[in-house]
Ligand binder design. Structure first.
Ligand code: GLU
Length: 371
């Protein structure tokens, strides 16, 4: 049989998805496991959003949608970006996608020629470099350090810029570090994008999960150079880039799921219900974060205090030689975590606290026994 493409042979499958699938499979087999793997909210979808999906189904809104999304949702997105992010966005400058992942995937396909460089701040979410490579680009790593709270140094970013730099990926609040970048750092990065004429890819999917500090959208400073990617599966940015992303959708997925789009419209326009849900979730995550950090510190383990998202990067020096061995030892103790390797977070594992307090206490108890 003929082989696969070189492009795919060079690609690593997603570690977060793989480890989560493995944890789910072990649970399915009846293993009493505490999974701290999934970067996915554990709260059920709010009832009013589910109801909107049921309504769309009952009304037969099940056909193809335009590649960039239904007009009603694009209008609501433009309004959301104006209201919450201070971005002056028209509906034609928004796109609805199948998850934030497709927005990023289409974006790199739209922007990159072979050899174009994309600066990624390490530790990074596992999918950024792979998506860049799949589009023919070259990821260029700039490290952020635990002693700086994993906040990037704009001067280090400047030193990594070359004539081939096409984009810089920024993710605040950050997966996997939980860092929330101060506004002046984001401003400095936006200025670099304008000065050196590259794109700023601002992945703001965790914007509502901030426990200390405030969210800032760098696109406000560099609207022509920024593509803002967000949860509920969407992005906004310069018209030409958004159109190219929609054209790529038209040749791949055609359109995002129509029923889900009507549900997303309800979530974006029923502000009272959505804000109550977000506040409830944020409060719960903050409590869980504090519980987890206190527990880890009581065990003598080291972790940089995250200010946002729902992840803790745990240093593994105290109980393992590297992060792979650490994840294996934790799995033997029936706690599933993601090893830091594919995040470029060596000697660290990622713990997701998007799970119940009961699960977190159980995990801490098992870690105590392991240690
Ligand atoms: N954002 C989540 C994570 O990092 C979902 C899994 C993925 O798509 O990577 O765990």
């Amino acid at each position: 049989m003929r082989g696969l493409s070189e492009r795919v042979k060079a690609m690593k499958p997603s570690a977060t998805v793989a480890v989560n699938a493995r944890a789910l499979e072990l649970k399915r087999q009846g293993v009493d496991l505490v999974p701290l793997t999934a970067g996915e909210p554990d709260f059920d979808t709010p009832e009013h959003v589910k109801e909107a999906a049921r309504r769309a189904l009952a009304q037969g809104k099940t056909k193809y949608a335009p590649p960039a999304g239904i007009p009603e949702l694009r209008e609501a997105l433009a309004e959301k970006f104006r209201r919450e992010n201070g971005l002056a966005v028209a509906p034609e400058e928004t796109i609805v996608t199948v998850g934030g992942k497709q927005a990023l995937f289409n974006l790199f396909q739209a922007l990159l020629d072979p050899g174009d460089e994309v600066i990624v701040l390490a530790p990074y979410w596992v999918s950024y470099p792979e998506m860049v490579r799949l589009a023919g680009g070259v990821p260029v790593e700039v490290a952020t350090r635990p002693e700086d709270g994993f906040v990037p140094d704009p001067e280090a970013v400047r030193r990594a810029i070359t004539p081939r730099t096409k984009a810089l990926v920024v993710n605040s609040p950050n997966n996997p570090t939980g860092a929330v970048y101060p506004q002046e750092v984001l401003e400095a990065l936006a200025r670099l994008a304008v000065e050196h004429d590259f794109y700023l890819v601002s992945d703001e999917i965790y914007e509502h999960l901030i426990y200390e500090g405030a969210h800032f959208s760098p696109g406000t400073l560099a609207p022509e150079h920024t593509i803002t990617v967000n949860g509920a599966a969407n992005a906004c940015g310069p018209r030409g880039v958004i159109k190219a992303m929609a054209d790529i959708s038209s040749q791949s997925t055609t359109s995002p799921d129509t029923i889900a789009q009507w549900a997303a419209l309800e979530a974006l326009t029923n502000l009272e219900a959505s804000q109550a849900f977000i506040q409830m979730a944020r409060k719960a995550y903050q409590k869980r974060r504090d519980l987890l950090l206190e527990g880890l510190s009581a065990l003598g383990l080291k972790a940089v205090r995250p200010s946002g998202a729902f992840y803790v990067l745990l240093n593994t020096d105290a109980f393992a030689e590297d992060e792979i061995q650490a994840a294996e030892r934790l799995l033997e103790a029936r706690v599933a975590v993601v090893p830091g390797t594919d995040f470029a977070a060596y000697r660290h594992v990622r713990l997701s606290y998007a799970t119940s307090e009961e699960n977190l206490k159980k995990a801490l108890g098992r870690m105590a026994t392991l240690l």
